[in-house]
Every structure is written in structure tokens, then in C-alpha cells.
Design a protein around this ligand. Structure first.
Ligand code: SAH
Ligand code: SF4
Ligand code: F3S
Length: 441
């Protein structure tokens, strides 16, 4: 009998890529993968531990699954991913409904864990590895336009606020040949875009070949393939990497480059390894080489000891750089990290107010930048009908901006030249242009 497995994924793109690896492993072992929660024999959550609210969401969902288990006592419930790694036996001991706990480097053990659980035996595997990259596993992806390809795992940066080095272990890279082979296969299957993934994707290293080498090798596979990557750490943003982006038409002009705080004492306490001035000069260098580059970032409000003056410096850095977009968070203390010992000194209402100010400012800047796009001609890759209306299609520019166009007889994966007609802080609206018009523009 084929047992059916249902998996829900939370957290960052690394987790979504990992779920495809898990699906690849399970399918290989003959399990049936299901998207029907109510009839599945086993339910898994691939979890995130980055902030407390991410974990609270998982507990909320787990209580729904507990109800299902009441009517079906044979139901197996498993926790995968970063929360599994962070909490380990605690998860089993404090949550009677949980049968399996499996960390990010132990997915090859899942079939054995699942078989034991169907026999009524609970199991836990949370060893981290210095070598596991799942390089030989073929991730199970549904057909589509855009694929995520994990090229490295783990993180050695130890930013003092961050739990990732504890949940995902030491940094290690896949082989360059393995990545290139996988992308070739994706191109042959009709994928039009790949995003190379890693917590610090630009610290990729395989036998002396660095991330610039990898990016160029992937871009060379097919000039029509769009190549993206995330997340870049400012420390590893080399001149060679900037040159590679500048020189290859199909490497997208978009860099996600978290700065976290605009104030040097806070950056120091965060162990981010750069100063405000370093960061700003890096941005100037990138823009000098790649004039139309889009930049986005991550920001934390209310790190321990953050003063009003520090916060103002974060706002002024936003004004100075003018990012196209940002992910903005309230500081959340995480056990085991160095910042945990610094206490949670900024009161929650102050954190909240600072975060609001950051969000308001960034929204205004995103809106201004998007408005400046009006009238421009862009090439967009169409992903599918828009979520809002079946009279519209959604696509993306190379700079990763979402563009809405009126419906036509498009296919997902088409590239279309459009002229931007209007904008909000989050979305551009456009109409298709004829080739002749483009030349005149
Ligand atoms: N590796 C990436 C991103 C890691 S997590 C990087 O280095 O940029 C994504 C973002 O979550 C981080 O950039 C940071 O802004 C935020 N984050 C991480 N830990 C946090 C914490 N304890 N509280 C609030 N935000 C946090
Ligand atoms: Fe966390 Fe810093 Fe590593 Fe990013 S670079 S995953 S923020 S420790
Ligand atoms: Fe969350 Fe783990 Fe990603 S903690 S952000 S799922 S690496």
C-alpha cells in the first residue's frame, strides 16, 4: 500500500527548496505525495525558527493537526526544518501529537523515520553535517517557469541576532558541475528562470571556483535563461561578482543586499563585519558598474541597545541608498545567539514605532522609484494570470518588479516588451508594445 504524505512549507526559499529535496527523496522511496490534508497518512511541516512569531504560527497550525489526529489516531505528524533543529527533543516531549522530528541535514533518514512512525515508534534525527549538500538528489519540482536551486547550505557568519548558524550548521557548497547539470536539465524541461540560493550565496566555493565563476557558468548554459541569486552578504560582494553581473545580459540586474542597521555601533554589536561607510561605498561601486541595478535589503528595528540616534541613522541610510524594496522586522531574541545575552532592551512599543517609521519611509521611496518607471519600456517574463483578476497577466522585470498587463493569448514563460503606464509602491502596470514602437522609444 502506498502511504500518502502531505507537506506544508514555512520560512525562506531555502526551506521551499528543501521541501523539493524531501519530495525527491520520498518519491524515490515510493511514497505518494499528496496535496490533500484530510486524506494524507502523514502530515509534515517544514518549519522556520528565525523569529518568535514564525514559531508561534507553527504551533497554531500544529493544534489544527492535533484535531485531525483525534479522529484518525494513525495519522503521523512530523516537524522538519529549522524549528526541528532548534528545539529537538523538546518538540517531542512537549507536543504529544508529534511523531517525527527531523533537522535540515537529515532528510535522507526520513523514509526510515516514517516507516517506524507507521509502526507506532516516534523518532528524532537532528545531527548537523559539515558535508551534506544533497548534490545527488533530484529535487521534485512541479513544472513551471521559475525554479529555485540551492547551491550552498548553512552559514558561518554568526550575526549575533541570528539562529540560522545553529539551525543549519556550517557553510558548505555543492559542486559546480552538479549545479550546472541540474540547471541544464531544468532548461531542457522548459524552465525559463533559475534563482541560485544560499544563506550567503556569494560565499559559494567549490575547489577554488567562487560564486562569480558559478554564476557565469550557469548564465552560459542558455542566453535565454534568466539567472537570479539570493541572499548576498555585503562582505562577499566581490568586484569579480559585480563584473559578472554587469557583463552578462541574462544575469538579472537585481541584488538583495541586507544592511540590517545604518549605525556603526549597532552593526558592530550585530557582528555584521562592515560599517555604514563600507556599505555605502559598496552600493556606489555596484551602481557605477551596473547603472540599472535594483537593490533590496533587510532591516531589523530595535536590536538590543539601539538608541533613537541609531534608528535615525537607519532611516537616513534608507534615504541615501533609495532601495527598490525592503523586508523589515522587529528584533526577536533567539536563544543560543550572542545577542540573547544582551537582553531585549528596546521596549516593544518603541520597536513597533521604529518599525512603522522604517516601513512608511520605504513605502514612499518604493513608490517614488516605481513612478519613475512610468513611460519606460521593459522586457517581462510572464508567470501566469494575475491573482487579482483573470482579465490580467502577471510578469516580472529583470529588476524583479511585478508587472500587470491586460490579458492576451499569452503562455506562461513568454517574454513580452511592455511600456509601464502606472505604478503603486508594490506593482507596475503596463501595456504591450510593438517592436517598431520600441525602436522609436
Ligand atoms: N542570510 C541572509 C538572511 C537570513 S534571515 C542574510 O544574511 O542576510 C532573513 C532576515 O531575517 C535577516 O536578514 C534579518 O533581517 C532577519 N532576522 C534574522 N534574525 C532575526 C531576529 N532574531 N529578529 C529579527 N529579525 C531577524
Ligand atoms: Fe543569519 Fe547573518 Fe548568516 Fe544571514 S549572514 S543567515 S543573518 S548569521
Ligand atoms: Fe527560517 Fe530556517 Fe530559513 S530559520 S528563514 S527557514 S534558514
Amino acid at each position: 500500500m502506498h502511504r500518502s504524505i502531505y507537506i506544508e512549507t514555512y520560512g525562506c526559499q531555502m526551506n521551499f527548496a528543501d521541501t523539493e529535496i524531501v519530495n525527491g527523496i520520498l518519491r524515490e522511496q515510493g511514497y505518494e505525495l499528496s496535496d490533500d490534508l484530510d486524506t494524507a497518512d502523514a502530515i509534515f511541516m517544514n518549519t522556520c525558527a528565525i523569529r518568535d512569531n514564525a514559531e508561534q504560527r507553527i504551533y497554531g497550525r500544529l493544534s489544527n493537526f492535533e484535531h485531525l489526529k483525534k479522529s484518525n489516531p494513525h495519522l503521523v505528524i512530523g516537524i522538519l526544518g529549522c524549528m526541528a533543529e532548534r528545539l529537538r527533543t523538546d518538540l517531542l516531549e512537549k507536543n504529544a501529537s508529534v511523531d517525527i522530528v527531523c533537522g535540515p541535514d537529515e532528510y535522507r533518514k526520513l523514509p526510515a523515520l516514517i516507516d517506524a512512525a507507521f509502526e507506532g515508534e516516534k523518532g528524532i534525527r537532528t545531527q548537523l553535517s559539515r558535508v551534506e549538500t544533497y548534490d545527488d538528489i533530484v529535487p521534485l519540482r512541479t513544472e513551471g517557469i521559475s525554479a529555485w536551486v540551492a547551491v550552498m547550505r548553512g552559514c558561518d557568519k554568526f550575526c549575533t541576532f541570528c539562529v540560522v548558524p545553529f539551525t543549519r550548521g556550517r557553510e558548505r557548497s555543492r559542486s559546480l558541475d552538479g549545479v550546472v547539470g541540474e540547471v541544464r536539465d531544468l532548461v531542457a524541461r522548459g524552465f525559463r528562470e533559475v534563482t541560485l540560493l544560499g544563506q550567503n550565496v556569494n560565499s559559494y566555493l567549490d575547489e577554488g571556483r567562487d560564486f562569480a565563476d558559478l554564476l557565469v557558468a550557469v548564465a552560459a548554459i542558455d542566453p535565454a535563461l534568466r539567472v537570479r541569486f539570493t541572499t548576498s552578504h555585503p562582505q562577499d560582494m566581490s568586484d569579480r561578482l559585480i563584473a559578472a553581473i554587469a557583463q552578462h545580459e541574462n544575469i538579472c540586474n537585481y541584488i538583495h543586499l541586507p544592511f540590517q542597521s545604518g549605525s556603526d555601533p549597532v552593526l558592530e554589536a550585530m557582528n555584521r563585519t562592515y560599517t555604514r561607510e563600507h556599505y555605502l561605498s559598496l552600493v556606489r561601486k555596484i551602481r557605477a558598474s551596473i547603472p540599472h541595478i535594483a537593490l533590496s535589503t533587510d532591516i531589523i528595528a530595535g536590536f538590543p541597545g539601539e538608541t533613537e540616534e541609531d534608528h535615525q541613522l537607519t532611516l537616513s541610510l534608507l534615504e541615501e541608498v533609495r532601495f527598490d524594496g525592503a523586508y523589515m522586522f522587529k528584533y526577536s531574541p533567539r536563544e543560543k545567539t550572542r545577542a540573547w545575552k544582551m537582553g531585549d532592551t528596546v521596549p516593544d512599543d518603541v520597536k513597533g514605532r521604529r518599525l512603522e517609521e522604517i516601513i512608511d519611509l520605504q513605502r514612499r521611496i518604493s513608490y517614488d522609484i516605481n513612478r519613475e518607471q512610468v513611460g519606460r519600456v521593459e522586457t517581462i517574463l510572464l508567470e501566469g494570470p494575475s491573482k487579482r483578476s483573470d482579465q490580467e497577466w502577471m510578469g516580472r522585470t529583470g529588476t524583479n518588479k511585478t508587472v500587470i498587463v491586460p490579458r492576451s493569448d499569452y503562455q506562461a514563460g513568454d517574454t513580452v516588451q511592455v511600456r509601464i503606464t502606472s505604478a503603486t509602491s508594490a506593482t507596475l502596470f503596463a501595456t504591450p508594445v510593438e517592436t517598431a514602437q520600441v525602436e522609436a522609444a
